[in-house]
Design a binder for this molecule. Structure first.
Ligand code: TXA
Ligand code: MG
Length: 329
């Protein structure tokens, strides 16, 4: 297939263009589209074959379930069994970067849920995403629109880089706002468990209800299936600048001392060939994935990264950096 890149106005999406893309979704095709977090790779969530083609296009393990996107609160009822706690989170945070994992209803194909009894749902806060879902008249399953294991795409160029001729259409409305993916919560009536740090910080979620944060030792089963896999990694080794200085002995650094890239907030600790510095942790979140992809294009030999502190969006940025680096440890 040949991928068509269609520019769409973010705030006033052209009806005709949305309808065109929606027709492709209805017909079982693949449409990459912007959300407030990252670009998604969308297909009709209720069409088994269409969903299977998402997995093929991304080269994604089939037991890693997808998030189903809706454009109206009431559309969740057809997909999942709601509880009071879920309603509270929806009321407060939708549309927005909060994904809720709930008991699935029978209409949701097993390929969409990775064989689980639960389904992840979210209502994105982006006019193009909402317009597309609305016009398609079906919920849209959409993982991030990167090849499996790579940094998520935060603009249409990054989607093209990974997905050229693997999707029918890319709707391009410029760079995304949040830059890291949605926060994923497992929601029971009395218990809310964090499955993935993301665009909505814990401190903000906890204004609604306490959120349990699983640690490595207290439960591996409670992590989201996707977090088991290598993730967010560019093709260049990522090395975290740790406080005790172990990074200075990392072979990827030692082998590339004259070809270092740096991504972070402060001044880099060594001489660099390329550096990208953000002036706030919010900007770090917004620009992180694009920065990793830029370093790749600039052919640095190693990317040294600085972890921000854990508060606010910092927790999600840290999580993505640690995963991006873990492949190379
Ligand atoms: O911001 C986002 O969430 C973006 C945009 C496109 O909406 N999507 C996204 O999708 O990041 P993806 O597939 O890259 O990540 C979805 C995460 C994975 O870690 C997956 O394992 C988890 O959500 N997940 C999906 N369904 C689940 C379920 N039923 N139970 C537990 N975790 C689930
Ligand atoms: Mg992803």
């Amino acid at each position: 297939m040949r991928t068509r890149l269609i520019k769409v106005d973010k705030w006033n999406p052209e009806e005709k263009l949305l309808e065109e893309a929606a027709k492709i979704v209805k017909g079982g095709g693949l449409v990459a589209f912007p959300t407030e977090t990252v670009y998604g790779l969308g297909a009709n969530a209720l069409d088994e074959n269409a969903v299977l083609s998402i997995f093929r296009a991304k080269n994604r393990p089939v037991d890693n379930p997808l998030i189903v996107h809706v454009s109206r609160m009431e559309d969740v009822h057809q997909l999942a069994h709601l509880n009071e706690m879920a309603l509270k989170f929806m009321e407060r945070f939708w549309p927005g970067p909060v994904t809720l994992v709930l008991p699935a209803k029978g209409v949701v194909p097993k390929v969409t849920t990775g064989g689980l009894e639960t389904v992840a749902v979210r209502m994105p806060n982006h006019p193009v995403a909402l317009g597309l879902i609305d016009k398609a008249q079906v919920p849209i399953a959409a993982p991030s629109a990167n090849r499996s294991g790579r940094p998520s795409p935060t603009d249409a160029e990054a989607v093209m880089e990974d997905m050229k001729n693997r999707v029918d259409v890319i709707l391009d409305s410029g760079p995304t706002d949040v830059g890291v993916e949605s926060t994923v919560l497992y929601v029971r009536n009395k218990e809310v468990v964090l499955l993935r740090h993301g665009g909505c910080p814990l401190e903000v979620l906890e204004e609604v209800a306490p959120v349990l944060v699983p640690t490595k030792d207290n439960s591996s089963a409670k992590h989201s299936p996707g977090t088991r896999y290598r993730h967010y990694a560019p093709s260049v080794p990522v090395v975290i600048i740790d406080e005790v200085g172990r990074w200075k002995e990392h072979p990827a650094y030692l082998n590339n001392i004259s070809n270092v890239g740096f991504v972070g907030l402060s001044a880099p600790p060594v001489e660099t060939k390329e550096e990208i510095r953000f002036d706030s942790v919010v900007h770090y979140g917004r620009g992180l994935f694009a920065a990793l992809r830029a370093m790749e294009r600039w052919s640095v030999g190693v990317i040294l990264v600085e972890l921000p502190s854990e508060s606010g969006i910092g927790a999600a940025v840290r999580d993505r950096l640690i995963r991006a680096a873990s492949e190379w440890e």
